[in-house]
Design a protein around this ligand. Structure first.
Ligand code: FES
Ligand SMILES: [Fe+2]
Length: 366
């Protein structure tokens, strides 16, 4: 049993926000590594990274936080795998660069693995007893899909089913042309924010600040109609367009009809954001680097470039810099001796409260 580090009242009307030390204490940040990040799903990439059979793509999961070396592969039967990229002999990284391979071969002593991770062969091991065993295979990492977006989890809670997590998105977005999505590397970029990762998430999970912080966004979104839906491990926010502003053309019978949805903002606890606009999907990946330093990667996937510069999906760089400025201000504030916890607006901060509840739940259950 772990100690309870902090509690968030389930009733938002009486609840207090996270204690300030959660955003500034290096010890809490360190505990989050195993308690939160190792147990949850994270964005790993798009299936186009491994488009053809034999393609392999090594990557590090949450560099600076988990630092887990993994490799995506597509085997000869067109199945995608996510494997540990650490040789089961003495721990060398197996795949050093992306490419096309028949097998994975460790360059240290020549151990070979099939593209699904199964041990294949090893020189000079004839006298080794009980060899090979299951533990000589490269461990497979749980892999989940939403359309062709890939998510991985090192040790997910069994009840945290990735299929169930994506249900609310699948139900309302399946009519969109996901097969046409193309990554736009020219518009992808990383932002470094001098703030704790959870402050960035807090800010993402409320539209409360839009009229104060985002003057451009406030001209296109209807603040009164902004909607928040809470899922077990996720939050979906709907940005509704003002009269005459750009929105999705939703088919008849769609559950959001006749609302003029300008953007679906889907956040999956703790690090993944899918922002779906009429032009495509902006994947935002939050990477905690230190207790007060976070990288945000913006990865745009486009299905209709003609809609890129209008509505809630336009000017994202400006909106991001406005968010960073305010979040960095909060980071300085939470170090104050005179601030500890605040209160929530039940009308506007349901998403933030839900995130804080999830964080408290994961932090107190080792
Ligand atoms: S570490 Fe890979 S073969 Fe020895
Ligand atoms: Fe914002």
């Amino acid at each position: 049993m772990g100690e309870v580090l902090f509690e968030i009242d389930p009733d938002i009307r009486v609840a207090r926000t996270l204690p300030a030390r959660v955003y500034s204490d290096p010890e809490i940040f360190r505990l989050q590594r195993e308690r939160v990040f190792a147990r949850t799903w994270h964005y790993a990439g798009h299936a186009d990274l491994i488009k053809v059979a034999g393609q392999v793509y090594p990557f590090t999961l949450l560099p600076g936080m988990l630092d887990e070396p993994l490799v995506l592969t597509r085997d000869g039967s067109d199945r995608i795998h996510c494997l540990s990229n650490v040789c089961t002999h003495r721990g060398t990284l197996v795949v050093e660069g992306a490419g096309v391979e028949q097998q994975l071969r460790c360059r240290y002593h020549g151990r070979r693995f099939a593209l699904d991770g199964r041990f294949h062969s090893m020189p000079e091991f004839e006298q080794t007893a009980n060899f090979p065993a299951k533990s000589d295979d490269l461990p497979a990492v749980p892999l989940g899909f939403w359309e062709r977006f890939l998510l991985v989890a090192l040790a997910p809670r069994p009840q945290m089913s990735i299929a169930a997590i994506f249900e609310p998105l699948i139900a309302r977005l399946h009519h969109l042309p996901f097969s046409e999505l193309a990554f736009d590397p020219s518009a992808a970029r990383d932002y470094l924010v001098n703030a704790n990762w959870a402050l960035y998430i807090d800010n993402y999970l409320e539209g409360f600040h839009i009229p104060y912080v985002h003057s451009s966004l406030a001209t296109t979104l209807d603040y009164g109609e902004y909607a928040v839906e809470l899922e077990r491990y996720a939050v979906l926010q709907l940005g509704i367009a003002k009269e005459g502003e750009p929105s999705f053309a939703l088919p008849a019978g769609h559950r959001d009809h006749p609302r003029h949805v300008a953007a679906y903002y889907f956040w999956l606890f703790p690090t993944t954001m899918f922002n779906v606009y009429p032009w495509g999907v902006s994947v935002n990946v939050v990477t905690p680097l230190a207790v007060d330093r976070t990288r945000i990667s913006f990865l745009p996937f486009v299905w209709d470039a003609t809609k890129r510069e209008v509505g809630a999906g336009a000017g994202l760089d400006r909106v991001e810099r406005e968010d960073e400025t305010i979040v960095e201000s909060v980071q300085r504030g939470v170090r104050s001796r005179l601030y500890d916890r605040g209160r929530y607006s039940p009308a506007r901060e349901g998403g933030v409260h839900h995130f804080h509840r999830l964080l408290a739940e994961f932090m107190s259950a080792p």
